[in-house]
Design a protein. Structure first.
Length: 758
């Protein structure tokens, strides 16, 4: 029998002249749309692959098909992915089909492919073949040196912020000379372009590159040296790209240049799953594909092999509210013979803590029904939401793992905050002292720390005590002595206040007065806002504790338990981290306005960001194979303040016929057949707000908040109940603010939306 993967020239010519009469088994197993995507090899092709439609199988089979048909030899195919994991999986699966010849395919991430090119042609951009690739820490250290040499105030203009700006320019394919003066005037006293130029020159001097340069340098080489470009245009007969919706501008330009001659570009992606704009991804790349390549063939993969018809219908209906999309409708692979599946369970709860209790109770029910924990996922919009769920899972003894990042108490900023508290209550804690002595930057350098260490060892005293002694000598420079003295004085003050302040207030004061919060406020990197959110949630969590020592002991026990891994653990992660994964059961908590969609994103990006938030919701729904549970809370404590919440607009965009409502009795008043969860037709909510159906919408469509009528009138002397503070009597009324004498909590000022008359 003829070997379909014999790559000798004679065999390739023979196959081209005498194609096989029957298709290979691995091609016959594909559905019609998948088969079309595999066989449509010539010219530009866009494979719009919805969630769970088998795109990886299509990519792998397409590679095998081109080799089996003799269309190209392995080294004439370029296949680009976004992650090393995806590249490894593809190479392993292609090898299973075609054998060891798969090793010759140029298959890897954008960065890995560009490194191979730069090792050969780096001299054209001033690099030797043995150049070093700097990690993020080295990049930041180098930029700080450049800013210091340029006399840029690092307190006013942190290096992290400038690094974020430079990386965005590189993602857009902009070298220093191509950045507009307008774009460069808003940071570093208008000198950001000069600093970018100096940074690039310094990298060349060090024979080094950062990750953004890997693609940018290749772009520069291709544009300046047509000879080199023509070599790769001739070399790669076929170019394939996975997750095309996640490409940035530089990657898009790189692909355009490579495929200018042959036009054999196949891009696989899903515009409805473009959720990474914050790290440079440009959804417009996939939306403009047919305009960029007028002769393009668009193939839609809409047969889903993962989720139930109910889940697919709900997700498809939700995403139709986006305007900037190419359009497709997911359906089950064999729609006629598939049960519709359980409806999406929608649960409204009184507050965030009740939501966490309910969610973990549901997991325990699934456990008793023999569902594996590893097939269960809790997907949150932002990292700060994890704390309540982690605490509840720990209390219930349910093993869990955080996917795509550390557990809450393992996050860098939380460890720093805990270190500050440890020193306040245990001054002899050398590890904590060493961790934060120069965080944020105080001008206490390594030499100063080393001298403190030497004194501590010779006198057998803790570092804090050694620091107190050394500032009374001339061992340190005057500035270092002054800074260290001020820090010691601050710790002494916080220690004295510990007895009179509640833990949350004290921790908030420490983080503010130490400059730690300000450090992250000035950080313009994509991670900065999230770290601030985590710190605020950390302070909020302390409100549950009577003492900080008790809290620190709790954290120590939690961290110890975390080291005990379990083979079967529930999964906790952000929606961004969940992309590409799938689970039997998916919990989607916190579907409230301002949390999801995220208020910061909407403020920064308007309608464009709203559509990306909706794509995140779509991604969350389509991670589920069998069941989805969405929840929201009427009240939520955000940054240590209680706030009333209204359900996310995304809830009103779910088709009512596929949703089962399970809100707490009385949470939003009596609901009717016309009501939607959180939007009762005629009852008053606990906040006293009447919420009515929008008469402009057709029956069966979604509902929205249309009016607020205060129906509860409070009176001085009236007895009330507050969810947090308990029973009390109203003493003063100032609009919506009430001053109340609580039986146990004393006199407090609260908003009327948080109290009930009794």
């Amino acid at each position: 029998m003829s070997d379909p993967f014999d790559l000798s020239e004679e065999h390739i010519l023979e196959r081209a002249e005498n194609p096989p009469s029957t298709a290979p088994a691995w091609l016959e197993d594909l559905n019609p749309e998948q088969r079309e995507a595999v066989k449509e090899s010539e010219g530009p092709v866009l494979v719009l692959s919805g969630a769970g439609t088998g795109k990886t199988r299509v990519l792998i089979t397409r590679l095998a098909y081109m080799l089996a048909e003799g269309k190209a030899r392995p080294w004439q195919i370029l296949s680009v992915t976004f992650t090393n994991r995806a590249a490894r999986e593809m190479r392993e699966r292609v090898t299973e089909l075609v054998g060891p010849t798969a090793e010759d395919i140029w298959l890897g991430t954008f960065h890995a492919i560009c490194v191979k090119i730069l090792r050969r042609h780096g001299e054209l951009v001033g690099l030797k073949s043995n150049f070093t690739i700097l990690d993020s820490d080295d990049q930041l250290r180098l930029l700080k040196q450049i800013m210091e040499a340029a006399n840029i105030d690092s307190k006013k203009w942190p290096a992290q912020g400038l690094m974020g700006i430079i990386q965005r320019w590189k993602d857009q394919g902009l070298t220093p000379e191509r950045v507009s003066n307008i774009a460069g005037r808003n940071y570093a006293a208008g000198r950001s372009i000069q600093l970018y130029q100096a940074y690039q020159e310094r990298l060349k001097t060090l024979n080094a590159s950062d990750f953004g340069d890997l693609i940018l340098h290749c772009l520069t080489i291709f544009k300046k040296s047509t000879d080199v470009l023509s070599v790769y245009q001739e070399k790669f007969h076929y170019v394939m790209v996975d997750e095309y919706q996640d490409t940035n501008v530089a990657q898009y330009l790189w692909l355009r240049l490579l495929t200018q001659t042959r036009h054999n570009l196949c891009c696989v992606g899903d515009d409805d799953q473009s959720i990474y704009s914050w790290r440079g991804a440009e959804v417009g790349n996939i939306l403009r594909f047919e305009k960029d390549f007028p002769d393009a063939k668009v193939i839609r993969l809409e047969r889903n092999y993962r989720s139930t018809p109910t889940i697919l219908a709900a997700a498809s209906h939700l995403i139709t509210h986006n305007e900037d999309r190419l359009g497709k409708t997911l359906r089950t692979a064999n729609n006629e013979n598939v049960e519709p599946g359980a409806p999406i369970k929608l649960r409204g709860l009184w507050d965030g803590q009740e939501e966490a209790r309910w969610l973990v109770d549901e997991i325990e029910i699934l456990q008793r029904e023999n569902h594996k924990l590893s097939d269960i996922a809790i997907l949150v919009r932002t990292g700060f939401q994890m704390l309540e769920f982690e605490e509840r899972l720990i209390t219930a003894g349910i093993p869990y793992r955080v996917v795509g990042g550390p557990r809450f108490y393992e996050r860098m900023e939380i460890r720093d905050a805990i270190a500050y508290l440890r020193i306040v209550f245990q001054p002899n804690d050398d590890l904590a002292f060493e961790r934060i002595i120069n965080k944020p930057k105080r001008g206490i350098g390594q030499n100063t720390v080393q001298k403190i260490h030497i004194l501590a060892r010779t006198t057998s005293t803790p570092l804090m005590e050694a620091a107190k002694r050394i500032i009374e000598t001339d061992e340190l420079r005057a500035q270092a002595r002054s800074t260290l003295r001020a820090l010691i004085k601050e710790f002494s003050k916080w220690r004295n206040l510990a007895e009179s302040m509640v833990p949350a207030e004290l921790s908030a004061m420490i983080l503010e007065e130490s400059g730690y919060v300000e450090m992250w406020k000035k950080d313009n990197s994509p991670e900065g806002p999230g770290r601030l959110d985590n710190l605020r949630e950390f302070v909020t969590g302390l409100d549950e504790w009577d003492s900080i020592p008790g809290f620190l002991e709790h954290v120590s026990l939690v961290m110890d338990n975390d080291t005990q891994s379990s083979s079967d653990s529930a999964n906790l992660m952000t929606l961004h981290a969940a992309k590409g994964l799938e689970f039997d059961t998916v919990f989607l908590p916190g579907w409230e306005e301002d949390i999801f969609p995220n208020r910061r994103s909407l403020d920064e990006g308007g309608q464009k960001s709203l559509e990306e938030e909706r794509r995140l919701a779509y991604v969350g729904l389509t991670r589920a194979r069998q069941r989805v549970l969405v929840s929201f809370a009427a009240n939520r404590r955000v940054y240590n303040q209680w706030k009333s919440s209204i359900p996310s607009r995304f809830i009103s965009e779910l088709p009512k016929s596929f949703v089962q409502e399970e809100s707490e009795a009385g949470l939003y008043g009596q609901s009717s057949e016309d009501s939607w969860p959180g939007f009762p037709g005629g009852g008053a909510s606990k906040s006293g707000a009447r919420i009515a159906r929008d008469p402009q919408l057709a029956d069966g469509e979604y509902y929205s908040l249309t009016q607020h009528e205060l129906e509860v009138v409070f009176k001085v002397g009236e007895r009330i109940f507050h969810q947090k503070f308990g029973y009390g009597v109203i003493k003063e009324i100032d609009g919506s603010k009430l001053e109340i004498d609580f039986e146990k909590a004393g006199r407090k000022k609260v908003l009327d939306s948080f109290i009930q008359t009794i």
